[in-house]
Design a protein around this ligand. Sequence first.
Ligand code: ATP
Ligand code: MG
Length: 319
Amino acid sequence: MSLIEQAAKRLQMLRRAGVEFPEEGAQPPDQHRRAIPAAAEPEKAPASSTPAETPRRTTRRSGADDPVTRPQPVSRQVQIDLGGLAAKHIITPDLPKSRISEEFRLIKRPLIANAMGRGAAPLARGNLIMVTSALPREGKSYTAVNLAISIAAELDKTVLLVDADVARPSILNILGLPPAAGLLDLLPGGTLDLPEVLLRTNIEKLTLLPSGMPRQGAAELLASDAMGQLVDEMADRYPDRIIIFDSPPLLLTSEARELATHMGQVILVVQAESTSQAEVSQALATIKACPVKMVLLNQVRAQTEEGYGSKYGYGYAHA
Ligand SMILES: Nc1ncnc2c1ncn2[C@@H]1O[C@H](COP(=O)(O)OP(=O)(O)OP(=O)(O)O)[C@@H](O)[C@H]1O
Ligand SMILES: [Mg+2]
């Protein structure tokens, strides 16, 4: 098969997977030859980049790997129903003064400071932030989504929200979006590359990486060397972007602990009045090596004049 035939075949495969491409002639020829199109993601090599520092490409390639003949994908744009978010207690950029926005304003400050190297001490990979919990249903995904939208609302912060809970993905569902290719399609057995599965959103600085098409052994893949390399690739490609990983709980399986070893910061969401102190201590012990751990108390009952009300709230503390 000629190079052109191989490229055409791959283009067809990617179109079937929902990846969009620029129309013929939409970009000048030199941009067509870039590994990742500027229109897709505002990603830049660091100013000091040398050939040796060029981001590694860890995902597999077919024969149509020639950067000249290989069609360059543009990440897909999706439309989040912003009105629907407020009804689910999710931050919307339209309501910057809501209670939930104010809560996350406090929560994100120390995380952003660490990510930007303005924390108490220099922090490697401070821009990689994992949201986890000891047990299921403590509010990890809810926290990850709110944190991502809250940070994306900052003028100069671009956020990539990764659904790394491949066994129980929920990010797209929370945002009211249909299933899409993602993380699992980048790991061994998948056929896509990072820019092909990123979803740009109508929240300008928020990009999503869904968990991808479910398949057998997905949870094990999360703890694989390939996943570690993929996280390294993301860290290399997006040093100026905050990358938030929604993850599985720590105490039921080992995948989240493995993922945590690649992170600069870990948020442990604790469901107030439900998770025991022993469970919290046990969970913290599994991520001992992570440089920054933040404990976030979720669903704290707010004290009202009539006694305890049913409002949700957050408290936070550095571990
Ligand atoms: N502070 C909160 N305010 C309102 N609803 C919340 C809050 N925290 C969690 N919830 C709700 O509780 C439920 C569980 O939350 P979520 O899905 O975020 O938990 P999880 O830890 O990601 O669960 P899983 O382990 O299944 O992935 C969801 O319906 C979510 O909307
Ligand atoms: Mg979840």
